[in-house]
Design a protein around this ligand. Structure first.
Ligand SMILES: *Cc1c(COP(=O)(O)O)cnc(C)c1O
Length: 417
């Protein structure tokens, strides 16, 4: 970065400070990860200079022969990774990808069934201030009060009553496996009632890397359309892709461009190709196996220290901890105390939370980032101890400082990629 240092010392210093923060802290935000140097280099390449509205072989600007090769490689690798019939690699991020999916399949006002936002759904699954909630009639389904897992019989009951145009399955904060096949069966039952197709849409933004590694079941064989971000467990650049059955390819491509976006970000799409190449290697499967092992170990280590884990554990990379129910500490207080010791997490609603979204009962923790740094199960015991020490001593500046020191020396043992 010697050019940046010279040309813009202010931004250079900011980047260096952020790099230091990342090196010295424990990253437990479930949606974050660290990309490889190779992915970073592709993102920082001259491909950013090019305009290439359209798709490979069908561009609105000249000079795209080489860009076409990069985008085609990204598409080919994504198809192989997910066993997909069609992939669009141009979505700029998860939310615009979802906007394109809704646009491709629905008309404003159409009914969509999705997981309740306060039980793990995403902003783009019907938040009243998001396009999804503004444009479509979103009907929520819920997790069971007792098991804290999605109750598929309940989903079926709501679906048959409401007859939605689309059933959306996906989450930002749900620690358990999804019954993709059952969702598809329910959509087909609704289709029989209405005499038209009820679309199935899976948003695998959080778990795409674990699905690509073959570690949790994929919705791709069953669902009409699947969207995912590329920067979470998939460990690529910030962006998204849409996977679909061949019959929806035209509608999806048209919705992405010109429906939602203009020119694609060619440097990012090349970096997606690099990340997909990495994910196709056996080492990525090993990484995914460790992500899940670490999540289970961290959940277990916290349970041992008296914390209630929502649904009793995790099947994937994330967990929800009921810090208020377990220790009388609110999610906001927990987030603040952990930030002071260098541990990044986010406060999160728990199912049927008695508290409010801005200061909920829970926190969400995930292991994708710390696993990239090389931690194993035995280190989760240490991480759980840091978390417990920070929370128990949240009002003692002296004790928090001591934990912060330990967090820093622990983190420095595990270099960034
Ligand atoms: C993260 C996430 C998104 C959105 O991603 P952005 O890139 O932040 O727009 C969409 N859906 C789900 C389920 C997510 O977890």
């Amino acid at each position: 970065m010697k050019n940046l240092k010279k040309a813009d010392p202010q931004i250079y210093t900011i980047i260096k400070r952020e790099e230091k923060r990342q090196k010295e802290g424990i990253e437990l935000i479930a949606s974050e990860n660290y990309v490889s140097k190779a992915v970073l280099e592709a993102m920082g390449s001259v491909l950013t200079n090019k305009y290439s509205e359209g798709y490979p072989g069908k561009r609105y600007y000249g000079g795209n022969e080489i860009i076409d090769q990069a985008e085609s490689l990204a598409i080919e690798r994504a198809k192989k990774l997910f066993g997909a019939e069609h992939v669009n690699v141009q979505p700029l991020s998860g939310s615009p990808a979802n906007l394109a999916v809704y646009m491709a399949l629905l008309k404003p006002g159409d009914k969509v069934l999705g997981l309740s936002l306060d039980q793990g759904g995403h902003l783009s699954h019907g938040h009243p201030l998001n396009f999804s909630g503004l444009l479509y009639a979103i009907i929520p389904y819920f997790v069971d009060k007792k098991t804290e897992r999605i109750n598929m019989d309940e989903v079926e009951k709501i679906a048959l009553r409401e007859k939605p145009k689309m059933i959306l399955a996906g989450f930002s904060a749900y620690p358990r496996s999804m019954e993709w096949k059952r969702f598809k069966q329910i959509a087909d039952k609704v289709g029989v009632l209405t005499g038209s197709l009820t679309y199935t849409f899976a948003d695998i933004a959080h778990i795409a890397g674990l699905i690509a590694a073959g570690l949790i079941e994929s919705p791709v064989p069953y669902f009409d359309v699947v969207s995912t971000t590329t920067h979470k467990t998939l460990r690529g650049p910030r962006g998204a892709i849409i996977i679909c059955k061949a019959e929806f390819a035209k509608a999806i491509d048209r919705a992405v461009f010109p429906g939602v976006q203009g020119g694609p970000h060619d440097h990012i799409n090349a970096a997606k190709a690099v990340a997909f190449g990495e994910a196709l290697k056996p080492s990525f499967k090993k990484y995914g196996v460790q992500v899940i092992k670490n999540a289970k170990a961290l959940a277990g280590a916290l349970q041992k220290r008296g914390y209630r884990i929502i649904s009793g554990g995790t099947d994937n990379h994330l967990m929800l901890v009921d810090v208020f129910g377990s220790k009388g500490i609110t999610g906001k207080e927990a987030e603040h105390a952990l930030e002071l010791v260098g541990i990044s997490i986010n406060k999160n609603m728990i199912p049927y939370d008695p508290r409010k979204p801005l200061d909920p009962s829970g926190i969400r923790l995930g292991t994708p980032a710390i696993t990239t740094r090389g931690t194993k199960e035995k280190h989760m015991e240490t991480v759980a101890e840091f978390i417990d020490q920070a929370l128990v001593n949240k009002d003692s500046e002296v004790k928090l400082k001591k934990v912060a020191k330990q967090v820093k020396s622990f983190s420095l043992k595990f270099p960034l990629p």
